[in-house]
Write a protein that binds this ligand. Sequence first.
Ligand code: ADP
Length: 132
Amino acid sequence: ITHHQKDEFIFVKVDARLIMQVIENIVDNAIKYTHVGSHIDIHTYYNNKYAVVEISDDGNGISDENKEHIFDMFYKGNMTVADSRRSLGLGLALCKSIIHAHEGTIEVHDNVPKGCIIRFTLPLEEVTINES
Ligand code: ADP
């Protein structure tokens, strides 16, 4: 993953296939656990140390009690899935394993005024390379 600013590319060293899997799982949840007409936003930025990816929706959100468990294996909360796709409660546990393997962090927050934000970070490479 690269982020372009002026003449510099700042690198994040990742297994792109696995990080795509993480994004797919989170976006899939945002679709599964919200109603038709809801909005899903993907926002990326970086600071000195981390690339940050935030995926937010304006669905019913996640209660504080469930927030503590959604990254656990086989945890499904008490959500009823809007369609018939299989739900195993493994998606976010897998995301957590992949992000931790990259020495990043993953958290859930409330969106305003409603819904939730899943935010993950990936450490930036220390080296920046000039284009010219
Ligand atoms: P599942 O296979 O059940 O989707 P996950 O590990 O991906 O398993 O998610 C765990 C639980 O977290 C879900 O069952 C659901 O209760 C809750 N959850 C995940 N994403 C959202 C979301 N965007 N909005 C509301 N609840 C969510």
